[in-house]
Design a binder for this molecule. Structure first.
Ligand code: SAM
Length: 419
């Protein structure tokens, strides 16, 4: 094979990348660099993982690897190392398993590089393959090529759950308000039971678990309902759909279970809520959190089914209520009921019409705190909830999200204390 079929040209200004393959310059109408920036989903150091769904970008990385393999065959090791490092800085394809494969190839090209091993490990973690992500680092350290960054990333992997895709990342303060609901429930001395419809990678599940540990005696159950791989992917963006479809979301959820305190039992109920919720008939929960399908009439059906499963005195709550039905144009909402997301013609705000319609139809106006909605069940029906008491910052989220949550909660001023 020709050792130089591709000409790599230097690029600058982003993430340490040093080469670009001509032809990979444009992807979906954007420059490669802007695609990379646009799809960068996790910004916190140590959790930095790139995703880009463009086939053109994927092909660019494949081409670079082929180029490096060709260089290796003719002994051009300096070029091989440069390309492996470039791939390490840029990797992250639409399908996370492709990123793993690309990094496996890059690591074979340069097995002593800490930079490449780190990217390989991050790609594995982004694909939910946590054991392998740790093993890659252990091998490097054992071979004497580890460095501080490798040790630090290993430390993070073993001490904190890693969520390569966080739902609700635009409003991390919602995690604090969720935990405050557990605090409001009060320490009754009895185990707390929570039903979560829509679990994805388990980030909200960990929020509930930590809240039970801090505010409710540490004993409880969280029942997680999600079809994971079988979910209707048409409602999701490319990255989330890929994470669900190829099993990443479920593997990350399994990994997150390792960070749930001992006294809390997590029950997995795999399936669509319309099938799973009726099978729970006969039992009740203290808190029910609805964050599954956001379309109408699915949200309405979830609310109806969950109503029968909620204990008196319990809290019914959910995510993504940016605009309430009584605040907007009901005809517009009805016309967009099967859109995941739309722009409210009155406020100009982005919102989830299916959530607005379902909640507005079943409950009417509810209490909303930064998009997190909540009501309390009484013998006389559902009542608003005043957000008071204590909340917990999401320490299982990356630091910049924790900082943003702390700032937002402080500015809103509803809670008396944030831990
Ligand atoms: C927004 S994500 C949940 C995020 C999660 N609660 C968190 O905050 O980390 C929505 C989840 O709902 C699941 N889902 C979609 N349709 C569903 C249905 N009909 N029943 C149950 N879960 C569903 C999807 O598979 C996806 O994992």
């Amino acid at each position: 094979m020709d050792a130089s079929p591709l000409k790599l040209i230097p690029i600058s200004g982003y993430g340490g990348g040093r080469f670009q393959v001509p032809g990979g310059k444009k992807a979906g109408g954007f420059g490669l660099e802007s695609v990379l920036i646009h799809r960068r989903i996790m910004l916190s150091s140590g959790f930095q993982i790139f995703r880009q769904g463009s086939a053109a970008v994927s092909q660019t990385i494949q081409a670079a690897l082929q180029q490096a393999e060709a260089f290796l065959r003719v002994g051009k090791t300096a070029e091989v190392r440069q390309i492996a490092a470039w791939v390490a800085a840029k990797v992250g394809l639409g399908n996370p398993l492709e990123a793993v494969e690309a990094m496996r190839r890059a690591a074979l090209l340069d097995p002593t590089s800490a930079e490449v091993a780190l990217s390989h490990s991050r790609a594995l973690a982004a694909a939910g393959l946590f054991d392998a992500a740790i093993a890659v680092l252990d091998d490097l350290i054992e071979a004497g090529h580890g460095n501080d960054a490798v040790v630090a990333w290993r430390g993070k992997l073993v001490s904190t759950p890693c969520f390569p895709g966080l739902q609700g990342a635009h409003a991390p303060e919602r995690q604090v308000y969720m935990s405050a609901v557990v605090h409001m429930l009060g320490g009754t001395g009895l185990p707390v039971s929570i039903l979560e419809v829509g679990t994805f990678m388990g980030a909200s599940m960990v929020t509930w678990a930590r809240a039970i540990e801090h505010f409710a005696g540490g004993i409880g159950e969280i029942c997680c309902v999600d079809p994971w791989e079988s979910a209707d992917l048409s409602q999701y963006g490319e990255g989330m759909a890929a994470d669900l479809q190829c099993g990443v979301a479920y593997r990350v959820f399994l990994n997150a279970l390792a960070f749930v305190p001992e006294g809390i039992k997590v029950t997995e109920r795999r399936g669509f809520s319309d099938q799973v919720l009726p099978s729970l008939a006969g039992r009740t929960f203290d808190i029910i959190y609805i964050d599954g399908c956001h379309l109408h009439p699915e949200v309405l059906h979830d609310l109806q089914a969950c109503d029968t499963l909620l204990a008196e005195g319990g809290y019914l709550c959910g995510d993504d209520l940016e605009v309430q039905l009584h605040e907007t144009d009901a005809a517009f909402v009805a016309a967009h009921a099967r859109a995941d997301f739309a722009q409210d013609p009155r406020s100009g705000e982005g919102f989830h019409p299916g959530v607005t319609l379902g909640v507005g139809t079943f409950l009417g106006p509810v209490s909303v705190y930064g998009g997190f909605w909540v009501v309390r069940k009484t013998k006389d029906g559902y009542r608003p909830v005043e957000m008071t008491g204590k909340g917990l910052l999401p320490y299982h989220w990356p630091q910049d999200f924790i900082d943003r949550a702390a700032r937002a909660v402080r500015e809103a001023g509803w809670l008396s204390e944030v831990l």
